[in-house]
Design a protein around this ligand. Structure first.
Ligand SMILES: [Zn+2]
Length: 372
């Protein structure tokens, strides 16, 4: 090789190395920006934050026998949950570890600690009161634990943590009404109500009196509308007409109907989207969810990203999901910012607190000029 050729080859190598170093510095800067960016988590289930290790530890301290020898076996069981019915079966099995007020406080605080480095500053956390009262845990026990977690989240992490009580759609209307009345003393802690579990036919009609009463009592209102389930279009319209909801959890099928898009936008209803809902290893599912999230964002819907059941769902917490939207879905900085901004706009905190969090959000953007 001539001297000239050697020199050229050397320079090319140096240039390639420089580009690679620069690219990885960029990737690190993007990652830090997305992870640290202040955000509100509005769609997360207390019971779904339980990780395999938490479950085993809590079972052991409560002297409950576990059928799983180790965390790997619990995770294997979770892999079995590929649809909503089997997922709920596993979910109910694992949440049975929670017995005492300390367990509820502990599970909520483990979550808050896990997302402390993912920019989470405000959380509106679902819990399923019926799933606990029906197995003999008094509501007062659940609420005592959640009250402590609310206080400790603020004191120890500066996080505002409130709760939303979800009624199960596969349980009776009377049960939901009874639980709603029982929640009245906890109005300061439970800011709203929602609906989850399987999407039974005509559930909006079934729960219309519950939501009317909830509105009367001053609770905010949301409901799950799962993705690609039978009757989804009719359910979306019925929820708008009969439940007077302010948010919809998931709601990605709004993207399929231009009239729904228009109506949801006109009413200012926010969507709390979860790209990983039961996605597991099903090919194309994540991509189709991210594509619909983008469509709804571009249509001017107040949509934001959330983690749903991160403990049970392969450890993807909210910051991980924002990162996934960028890395797998090609979401730009502008889109990532819009999703996070929407999370504050959609939250049910008072305006003073909202303004404070949004001020911190704007400061973060200004201090991190990384472009992508
Ligand atoms: Zn959910």
């Amino acid at each position: 090789m001539s001297r000239w050729l050697r020199l050229t080859a050397g320079l090319t190598l140096l240039l390639a190395l420089a580009i690679r170093v620069h690219a990885s510095e960029d990737a690190d800067a993007i990652r830090s920006f997305i992870m640290g960016m202040p955000k509100a988590e509005l769609h997360i289930h207390l019971e779904g934050t339980l990780e395999a290790e938490d479950y085993l530890e809590i079972m052991a301290r409560n002297d409950l026998p576990s059928r799983y020898p180790d965390a790997a076996a619990v995770r294997d069981r979770l892999q079995y949950a590929r649809d909503l019915d089997t997922f709920i079966e596993v979910y109910e099995e694992l949440l049975s570890a929670m017995q005492t007020a300390w367990d509820f406080e502990d599970v909520a605080m483990r979550y808050v600690a896990r997302v402390a480095d993912q920019g989470v500053v405000h959380v509106e956390m679902f819990f399923d009161p019926q799933m606990h009262t029906y197995r003999g845990i008094p509501l007062a026990t659940v609420m005592a634990g959640l009250q402590r977690a609310h206080e400790r989240a603020r004191e120890e992490f500066g996080v505002s943590l409130w709760f939303i009580a979800c009624f199960n759609r596969d349980r009776s209307r009377d049960s939901a009404l009874r639980h709603l009345e029982a929640l009245r003393p906890y109005r300061d802690l439970v800011i709203g109500v929602g609906l989850d579990n399987p999407e039974e036919i005509d559930f909006p009609e079934k729960f219309a009196p519950v939501f009317a009463r909830a509105a009367e009592l001053g609770f905010r209102r949301t409901t799950h509308l799962d993705v690609d389930v039978p009757n989804t279009n009719a359910h979306h319209w019925a929820v708008l007409d009969l439940l007077d909801v302010e948010r919809i959890d998931h709601g990605l099928n709004v993207a399929d109907d231009p009239e729904l898009i228009q109506e949801v936008r006109a009413r200012g209803i926010a969507l709390t989207a979860c790209p990983t809902l039961l996605f597991r290893e099903i090919p194309g599912r994540l991509e189709s969810r991210l594509a619909r999230i983008r469509t709804l964002l571009q249509a001017g819907i107040q949509i934001s990203l959330h983690s749903d059941d991160p403990g049970l769902m392969r450890d993807l917490y909210i910051g991980d999901l924002y990162l996934l939207a960028h890395e797998e879905g090609g979401f730009s900085r502008k889109e990532i910012e819009a999703l996070a901004r929407n999370s504050f706009l959609s939250s049910w905190i008072d305006d003073d607190r909202r303004n404070a969090w949004m001020g911190a959000f704007d400061d973060w953007l200004a201090a991190h000029p990384v472009a992508f």
